[in-house]
Design a protein. Structure first.
Length: 454
């Protein structure tokens, strides 16, 4: 670590950071009441609000957003004439999936092999702790040189758009000169990285109905239209033989021109089994940052245990389509819906419902704020220069903010490097990355304030 005083302060704050992240991880804050009670998200939101009040934030509020979730807002005024920086994180998390596959309880922070394990440690409760560490370090080293707004979202993982709708209805609330989104991560642990593009997304549910009820497969199988077989055939139409996404009318040939992702490194990061090939064509960076990608994320069908010999009358699936920069999520939704309707076999009745959407995002990496961030990363990661990469995930709020505040500079950083395994079992955060990225955010705020003076 660099000898900068900010570094020493943040190092001394790391035990407190671990204790706070332990408290945050304990909230089962999945923003889906069908999975965990809403009270878990409410308790997490209250924790965030109290943390902001303890840092002397003003106007701390729990915002009831249109999708039923709550975002937490606070404002900390800076010196007269100082710029305003918006810091973003989210407290909601993905479901833990198969809890039996976790090596330690998903909602209990556990230290193992030099990392802190638990759902949300990296994505994105750790991002909130990162912002708090940066502000505390600045306060201890001469003061916070900018005005700070903090917004902590409560339903980012659901893609239901509550905060985006709230921001559009209250456009003055999140206005800032620059925005630091703490929800991405370094390309690799120890390699400081800003994320310059995000794929957007659309989420659809499709239901097929073929019969009034299930039928005995021995008596009717072979002629009765099986809804589950129809669904399998329909979902198969979304990919070519090599795994390339094939949605009718959706372009799938863009190339990524920046930092590349070596295939061997990707295989290791993704933990691809020996002998199993990657899907798609082009470079790995092309496939995960510059092109659309469809994923079937759930199917309602009979489980193997307890299955009966029946022809299925109905089947339902949920489909996620990642939308690359340069494409429009509304048009992608239209094309995917039309594809599903036109490829449904045997005249099955098909119903398509949209359950989430977000536009792709591309940052202006030539803006002055990026110079301030590059200098901050150079100091926090001695011997390394800031890299720029894409990210296959979606943060719909980015486009909302870019539309509301076209002059604002938006930077995406965070703790979700590949070893973090966000959205998977055994998610974790590197405390070294948390420490260095907290230094980065603190130094960025100093650098940015200085760059706007005079």
């Amino acid at each position: 670590m660099t000898a900068h005083p900010i570094s020493g302060t943040i190092a001394s704050l790391m035990p407190r950071a671990k204790a706070e992240l332990t408290e945050l991880v304990a909230f089962q804050s999945v923003a889906d009441p069908a999975v965990y009670p809403r009270s878990e998200c409410d308790a997490a939101a209250e924790w965030v609000a109290e943390a902001l009040r303890a840092e002397d934030f003003q106007d701390v509020a729990l915002l009831d957003t249109p999708d039923g979730s709550r975002s937490v807002y606070g404002f900390l005024p800076g010196p007269a004439g100082a710029p305003t920086v918006l810091l973003y994180a989210h407290y909601d998390v993905q479901p833990p999936l198969d809890e039996s596959a976790w090596l330690s309880p998903p909602f209990e922070l556990t230290e193992r092999d030099g990392r802190w394990f638990g759902r949300g440690t990296a994505d994105c409760k750790g991002g909130l702790v990162m912002h708090l560490l940066a502000l505390r370090a600045l306060r201890a080293n001469g003061g916070i040189p900018v005005s700070v707004k903090v917004i902590v979202e409560g339903s980012e993982e659901q893609g239901t758009g509550g905060l985006e709708q709230y921001a559009e209805a209250h456009p003055e609330l999140l206005a800032a000169d620059s925005v630091v989104i703490g929800d991405t991560g370094n390309f690799r642990a120890g390699l400081p990285t800003v994320t310059s593009t995000l794929r957007g997304m659309t989420m659809l549910r499709v239901q097929l109905d073929t019969l009034e009820g299930n039928l005995h497969s021995g008596q009717f199988g072979g002629a009765a239209p099986d809804a589950l077989a129809a669904m399998i055939q329909l979902l198969a139409s979304l990919r070519a033989e090599d795994g390339t996404t094939t949605v009718d009318g959706l372009t799938n040939g863009a190339a990524w021109a920046g930092l590349q992702y070596p295939e061997a490194e990707f295989r290791a990061d993704a933990k691809v089994l020996d002998g199993v090939g990657l899907i798609g064509t082009g470079t790995v960076a092309d496939r995960i940052w510059a092109r659309p990608a469809v994923t079937v994320i759930g199917i309602d069908c009979p489980p193997v245990v307890g299955a009966t010999p029946s022809v299925q009358a109905s089947a339902r699936a949920q489909i996620s389509l990642r939308v690359p920069p340069g494409a429009d999520a509304d048009e992608a939704t239209r094309l995917l819906t039309a594809h599903l309707e036109s490829h449904t076999p045997w005249g099955a009745r098909v119903a398509v419902e949209q359950v989430g959407q977000g536009q792709p995002f591309r940052a202006d990496v030539t803006s002055p704020a990026y110079t301030s961030m590059a200098d901050a990363m150079r100091a926090a990661y001695p011997g390394e220069e800031m890299q720029s990469s894409g990210m296959g995930g979606s943060i719909p709020l980015c486009n909302t903010l870019a539309g509301l505040y076209p002059e604002a500079e938006i930077l995406l950083v965070g703790l979700s490097e590949p070893e973090a395994q966000i959205h998977a079992v055994n998610e974790s955060v590197s405390p070294d990355e948390l420490e260095r990225m907290s230094v980065t955010v603190a130094l960025f705020l100093q650098n940015y304030a200085a760059s706007t003076q005079g």
